[in-house]
Design a binder for this molecule. Structure first.
Ligand code: PLP
Length: 501
């Protein structure tokens, strides 16, 4: 007899009923042929004594396994391992140790190296990140949001929102956003022009899936938001790059692309170009719209940080001037409030929105209706406006401190322009140094710089990265700069040594 007592471990405080634990363990022993076909199992009394459980528990386990077909019970003879289980004929299982975590699959599937990304490894809290420009979660109005949510779910009629709903997103939030976007961004849309997404990224993804076929082109900046490039590539588009100067995308370059290629879309982060932070000038916006009309392409306008402008009122999005249905406008509250709240929107012509809503069903049946309703109330009651006003003041002070320290302490190494908005500075490293070395040395100062390569998808060697300032308070910004300065002193020492050597 095999050592049942050793092989069947019972977790008495566990979530699973003990008879199920015994049954599952017996299945494993059968599968891995510790209990070969036709093995006679001990009688229920013997096994219950061995395992220190009630006899009825073993009887229940045996019954369960008999129903499932793992065991057969023969009157007057006892209980046996079923010899006719197909799984027992799979020789490959025999002799293998019991595996808990599968690392590779037993079938081929598509892999896409362009999806590989190096996410920040989780480090102790003592590390600081050089981030892409993220909001400060500590300022997120989570209590207000939670209060509205709780209030909502306490209402009787809320049960209506618990069923499957529309793929366009919650109607109340759509209505609220129509008013909000028309008032704050000069749009002129109705309810048919908007659907709720799980963030701007979902909007871009849906749009890309509908826009491109093989051999279609999308035009993006020489520097660009790398996830947008990837989103378009996944949709089988080919990426064409144009220059980005101090007034944003160079429209003449886009025109040339249209003359020679089948351009289906142009992607722009018009308010603050990602990553360089420059604003697409008003005249270029109109030029781009005219070009879209001539060449019949779509403009995917990702207005990811419209709410954060520090010097003057923001230039209205291209979507506000779109008379001919060329602009697909995506945005979200993820950047404004906190990325964890996956609530965004896609605005376009009715026909395009309808198709996106149909497609959405097959990747995400619907959004989080309760959260969407919460945000409808959040916006209607003026919480969003108040939150934006509050954080704007904080972020402008952080930008100023961050940039002044960068200027006074580190100008031998870095150059930059004061960003007019957004949550990051575009910082160029003196060409004498490389981010590779800076990254390595920064790690010793507990400063993590991840994925600096993604800012130069076209390999133009601009030697710049984004440094987010908004997520750090005053003390943290001082600490950040201290670490960066120590890093650069060491990098410079290494460079000097190398030059002498
Ligand atoms: C330029 C840009 N667009 C879109 C996104 C995605 O935003 P969301 O969280 O709304 O999906 C990001 C997020 O970092 C971004 O930087």
């Amino acid at each position: 007899m095999i050592p049942y007592k050793t092989l069947i471990n019972i977790n008495r405080g566990g979530r699973q009923a003990i008879y199920i634990q015994i049954a599952n363990r017996l299945i494993e022993l059968i599968k891995y042929r510790k209990l070969p076909p036709n093995t006679k199992l001990p009688g229920s009394r013997i096994l219950s004594e061995l395992l220190g459980v009630h006899r009825k528990t073993v009887v229940a386990a045996y019954e369960e396994l008999t129903i499932q077909g793992w065991l057969i019970s023969l009157p007057q003879k006892g209980t046996f391992v079923n010899a006719h289980l197909p799984i027992l004929k799979q020789a490959s299982l025999v002799g293998e140790s019991i595996r808990k975590n599968l690392t590779s699959s037993g079938f081929e599937f598509k892999r896409n190296v362009s999806l590989d990304r190096k996410f920040p490894q989780t480090c102790e809290d003592t590390y600081m990140y050089v981030n892409d420009g993220i909001s400060d979660g500590r300022l997120a109005p989570i209590n207000d949001i939670a209060l509205i949510y709780r209030n909502l779910v306490s209402k009787k009629h809320i049960t209506a929102h618990l069923a499957y709903g529309t793929t366009y997103g919650n109607q109340t939030l759509r209505e609220e956003l129509v008013t909000y976007l028309n008032e704050t961004r000069g749009l002129n849309i109705g309810i048919d022009n908007i659907m709720i997404t799980r963030g701007s990224q979902m909007g871009m993804f849906l749009a890309a899936q509908l826009l491109f076929e093989d051999n279609d082109y999308v035009v993006v900046g020489h520097t660009n938001y790398s996830s947008a490039d990837t989103t378009f590539e996944i949709a089988r588009a080919k990426v064409l790059r144009v220059r980005v100067d101090k007034r944003g995308l160079v429209i003449d370059d886009i025109r040339k692309c249209c003359e020679t290629h089948n351009v289906k879309a142009v992607f722009t982060t018009s308010h603050h170009h990602h990553p360089t932070t420059v604003t697409l000038s008003a005249d270029r916006r109109l030029e781009l719209l005219n070009l879209a009309k001539t060449y019949k392409f779509a403009i995917v306008e990702d207005d990811y940080d419209y709410d954060f402008h520090y010097n003057h009122a923001p230039i209205l999005p291209l979507a506000s001037h779109d008379l001919n249905g060329h602009v697909i406008y995506v945005g979200s509250i993820c950047k404004t409030v906190a990325p964890v709240y996956r609530v965004g929107y896609l605005v376009a012509s009715k026909s395009f929105v309808d198709e996106c809503a149909k497609l959405r069903r097959f990747v995400d049946r619907q959004g989080d209706a309760l959260l969407e309703l919460t945000f409808a109330k959040f916006i209607k009651a003026g919480y969003l406006d108040r939150h934006i006003k509050k954080v704007l003041k904080v972020y402008i002070a952080r930008r100023d401190l961050f940039c002044s320290l960068l200027e006074t302490e580190l100008s031998d190494f870095f150059s930059f322009e004061l960003p007019k908005g957004g949550m990051a500075v575009w910082v160029t490293l003196n060409k004498a140094y490389s981010w590779e070395t800076v990254t390595q040395e920064a790690l010793k100062q507990k400063l993590l710089i991840v994925e600096w390569q993604r800012y130069d998808m076209a390999n133009i060697n601009h030697n710049a990265i984004r440094m987010g300032f908004a997520a750090y308070d005053e003390t943290e910004i001082h600490e950040f700069m201290k670490r960066l300065k120590k890093t650069m002193i060491e990098v410079s020492r290494l460079n000097g040594a190398l030059a002498k050597g």
